[in-house]
Every structure is written in structure tokens, then in C-alpha cells.
Design a protein around this ligand. Structure first.
Ligand SMILES: Nc1ncnc2c1ncn2[C@@H]1O[C@H](COP(=O)(O)OP(=O)(O)OP(=O)(O)O)[C@@H](O)[C@H]1O
Length: 285
């Protein structure tokens, strides 16, 4: 469904995406993780056709840069930062619904489930809503239609715990008929939803892990982690998993159960800026 070949993006002289190649199949649900500045948002913006870049991108065989409207017609997108729209909420919903060929009432319903009563704010300017209210409305617009591809950039960052739970329930209702790419700093939160984890660091993919099927759940995995430099906090975390380090303190090896894979990745993802390489190999039975 999505194909990237050697995608590179530079802002002025800074290389932000450094040769990303990736294939995402129909029905995959990806957690895109990585530290601040790793390139997640830039990758998403390239997928949506917003940036000029080197290399090739196609979504359903279509180049998003050349045929942006065709690609966006099938994408439900939640941005990390809400756009500064002055439009009143009611008008924004009608406009978005018209653009996506959906009913405004579907958007209202999802907003209501997230705890946002549209009738009370219909005439207010979008830009004057609170951060959480904006996020709820943008989620409602993205989910209030039949998009086959959902791309979400830190969608739950501004939500209170109650709304977060409902948001993930809403996504769970869509797992049968949507491919998802969700950028998040909290792998623990998205782990129940996703079936693939992609970790980025300084513009590269450092981990691409298709989540365990039942066979792998009962397996053991040999892990090797290479750090940029020794660090006491990650050392403590890895010792907790009974990992051992080499003489320089930068390469750690250990074994985890297949069933613990996501929990382990969730722990490692807290230190993602320190990790240069992470290998997980299934041990032969
Ligand atoms: N429009 C831009 N102009 C110049 N530099 C940019 C621009 N957008 C992003 N960058 C730079 O590109 C790098 C990657 O940024 P990006 O927003 O893609 O990271 P991210 O992984 O989404 O980070 P975060 O988790 O903080 O949202 C950063 O160093 C950022 O400063």
C-alpha cells in the first residue's frame, strides 16, 4: 500500500531523512517511534505529498507529490500541531465533511464520544479552542469518514486519560478495514493496537519489527543493543532484563521471551536517542 525507496530529505544543509526504504502492506498497523527530531513528522509529511524529496514514494501506486488530492482522498490524517484556523467549528466540520464525502453528523458523533459537544462550540473559532479540544476535533474529522489509511502524528499527546482510552477504542474498531501509521512516544499505549514497530533515529530506520504471531509468542529472542555511549539509566533498565554488557559498556546482549517483545521495546524506546542498533533474532527451537 505504501512504498518508499531511498527517500532523502534535507532542510537547508541538514539531512533529516537519510535513505528510508520501506514497504507497508494493506492492514498493517505501525507504531512509528523515535526520539525528538528523529524524522517521524518529516516522513509523514513526505507521505502526504507536502515536501519535495529525493527517492520515490507511492501510496496505492500513486505519487503523493504529483497527485496529492488523489492520495489524500483516502487518508484520514491527524497532525501533531493543529493548524491555526480562524474558521468557526461548525463551518470547519461542514467544509471537511464536504471535502471527504462524509456526513457532518458522523464527525459530531465521534467528537461526542471523545467528550467534545459540538453544539456548544459550533460558532467558536477553531484557533480559540483549547489544545485538547482541537485534538479531539481533528481526530473526529479524521475518523468520521471511511479512510482506508489512517496517518496520525502524536494523536493522543494532548488528550486527557479518559479521552485517550476512548480514542484507542475508536481505533480498535477500525482495525479490520484500515491501514494505520501512528507516530508516538508511548509504545506502551499503542502496543495493543499495532502489529509492526518502526523506530527512527537521525533520519534512518534503526528497528523494523513485525510483531509476533502466535508461534513467535512462545519463542525466545536473542537481543543485541548497541549504544552511542554508555549511559547509567539504560544500563539499569537493561540489567533489570538480565542483559550483560561488553567491556566498553556500549553493546548489551540478552534474551527475552517472544511474549515480552513489545514491553521490552517500550522500555528501550524511552532511550531511543542512545540506541544505534537493535537486533532481535528468534532462537531456533
Ligand atoms: N520545516 C523545517 N525546516 C527546517 N528544519 C526542519 C523542518 N521540519 C523539521 N525540521 C528538522 O528536521 C528534524 C526532524 O524533525 P521531525 O519533526 O521530523 O522530527 P520528529 O521525529 O517528528 O520529532 P518529534 O518527536 O519531536 O516530533 C529536526 O531536526 C527538525 O528541526
Amino acid at each position: 500500500m505504501i512504498r518508499l525507496q531511498n527517500v532523502r530529505k534535507t532542510f537547508r544543509s541538514a539531512r533529516v531523512l537519510d535513505g528510508i526504504s520501506l514497504e507497508v502492506g494493506l492492514g498493517e498497523r505501525i507504531a512509528l517511534i523515535g526520539s525528538n527530531g528523529a524524522g517521524k513528522t518529516t516522513l509523514i509529511r513526505c507521505l502526504l505529498g507536502e515536501y519535495v524529496h529525493d527517492g520515490e514514494i507511492s501510496v496505492d501506486g500513486v505519487n503523493p507529490r504529483r497527485e496529492r488530492a488523489t492520495v489524500l482522498a483516502n487518508v484520514g490524517f491527524v497532525p501533531q500541531l493543529p493548524p491555526p484556523l480562524k474558521m468557526p467549528v461548525g463551518q470547519l466540520i461542514d467544509f471537511a465533511a464536504g471535502l471527504c464525502g462524509t456526513e457532518p453528523a458522523r464527525i459530531d458523533d465521534i467528537a461526542r464520544r471523545l467528550g467534545l459537544e459540538i453544539d456548544a462550540i459550533r460558532s467558536r473559532q477553531f484557533v480559540r479552542l483549547s489544545g485538547g479540544m482541537k485534538q479531539k476535533l481533528l481526530i473526529a474529522i479524521a475518523l468520521g469518514r471511511d479512510a482506508r489509511l489512517l496517518i496520525m502524528d502524536e494523536p493522543a499527546a494532548n488528550l486527557d486519560p479518559e479521552a485517550r482510552k476512548i480514542f484507542f477504542d475508536l481505533l480498535a474498531e477500525r482495525v479490520q478495514n484500515a491501514t494505520m501509521l501512528i507516530s508516538s512516544h508511548r509504545l506502551d499505549e499503542v502496543s495493543a493496537l499495532v502489529n509492526r514497530v518502526i523506530e527512527m533515529d537521525t533520519g534512518r530506520i534503526v528497528l523494523d519489527d513485525k510483531v509476533a504471531d502466535m508461534g513467535t509468542l512462545h519463542s525466545r529472542l536473542d537481543c543485541r543493543i548497541v549504544l552511542k555511549q554508555p549511559d547509567p539509566a539504560i544500563a539499569k533498565a537493561l540489567q533489570g532484563w538480565k542483559f550483560a554488557f561488553d567491556a566498553e559498556d556500549t553493546t548489551w546482549t540478552g534474551e527475552i521471551a517472544g511474549a515480552d517483545r513489545l514491553r521490552f521495546l517500550g522500555v528501550v524506546s524511552r532511550y531511543t536517542g542512545l540506541v544505534t542498533k537493535l537486533d532481535m533474532t528468534e532462537r531456533p527451537h
